[in-house]
Design a protein around this ligand. Structure first.
Ligand code: CA
Length: 318
């Protein structure tokens, strides 16, 4: 099998992340899968949104200045669907209101909206029909414990949307991904989801989620454990390499030995992971040296082109 291209938050190098134009671009640029990050509204609707906060990608602070919490942040879960739909989405900015990526789409008000998962499914299914494609979904449940504490079940709510769209079946073109092992086990054992599960592997310093030891998870016994409930791992690109940032680590081989897929995050031409000097070298490092099965890319067209020129249907050709 050729490695897969997962459009990270859509084709977010080119348009504001997770907006429908960004998703349409990802589809047109040749992504095999398009990523959806899911956060629930106060009324429990799965929205496609990367942060549990709203201020980095919307005009929430202008429209609802009194609705921030004591920490100064505006939480999506404090707003119902109608309110979230009134927000205008823009390119991501940092706390000082500077663009996170200078060379990307400008920070302007185009009246783009936060899509619901249902709306995004309508768009992707429509494009699959009109373009004769079968682009899939790569769905991350964000901060499940945070939602549980608010009395909401993000896994169940997400599955309900997929069931309504008749997409929750074995071999549907969908992966579920989560940093929280408990949620993946809940999906498999309690909710009996037939969809493949990817255990995202973070860095312990991020404390997301708190209490999960990702160093242990990458060890032999940790991977044995992951293989009992997941179909693959989603490591951070630097974890694919030794401390020098270019020599492949044992991780991919150890995962493959346990039958686990490896889909790493994230390839960005304007923010290179590891110690690679060019985007091309980074692509060579992850695909040809480390040997991963897929990658999240902000630039799905460039990653598509790399795979097209280096792999045949059966594997590496050059
Ligand atoms: Ca994600």
């Amino acid at each position: 099998m050729n490695p897969i291209v997962i459009a990270h938050r859509g084709a977010c190098a080119y348009l504001p992340e997770h907006t429908l134009p960004c998703v349409a671009a990802a589809h047109a640029l040749g992504a095999d899968y398009i990523e959806q990050d899911i956060v629930l509204s106060r009324d429990g609707v799965p929205m496609v949104l990367h942060d549990i906060y709203l201020e980095s990608t919307t005009d929430v602070a202008q429209q609802f200045p009194e609705r921030g919490r004591d920490d100064g942040r505006f939480y999506a879960i404090d707003f119902d669907l109608t309110e979230l739909k009134s927000l205008s989405v823009h390119e991501r900015v940092d706390p000082q209101a500077h663009p996170v990526f200078d060379g990307r789409f400008p920070v302007v008000d185009l009246q783009l909206r936060i899509p619901t998962l249902s709306e995004e499914i309508i768009l992707i299914e429509g494009l699959n029909k009109s373009r004769g494609m079968s682009t899939g979904y790569y769905i991350e449940m964000k901060s499940p414990a945070f939602h549980t504490a608010a009395g909401l079940d993000i896994a169940k709510s997400t599955i309900k949307v997929l069931e309504t769209a008749q997409l929750h079946y074995e071999n549907a073109p969908i992966f579920f991904q989560c940093f929280d092992p408990e949620t993946l086990r809940y999906l498999k054992h309690d909710l009996q989801s037939p969809l493949p599960l990817i255990q995202l592997v973070g860095d312990n310093s991020w404390e997301e989620p708190p209490g999960v030891d990702f160093d242990l998870m990458r060890s032999a016994s940790g991977l044995d454990n992951v293989a009992t409930y997941a179909d693959g791992i989603g490591p951070w690109v630097p974890q694919l390499f030794e401390a020098d940032g270019v020599t492949p680590s044992q991780l991919v081989g150890a995962a493959h030995a346990r039958g686990l897929l490896v889909h790493a995050y994230t390839l960005r031409a304007d923010s290179l992971e590891g110690q690679f000097k060019t985007f091309e070298a980074l692509h060579r490092g992850v695909f040809l040296d480390a040997g991963i099965d897929g990658v999240f890319s902000d630039f799905p067209d460039i990653t598509r082109e790399f795979i097209g020129s280096h792999f045949n249907q059966g594997g590496i050709s050059s």
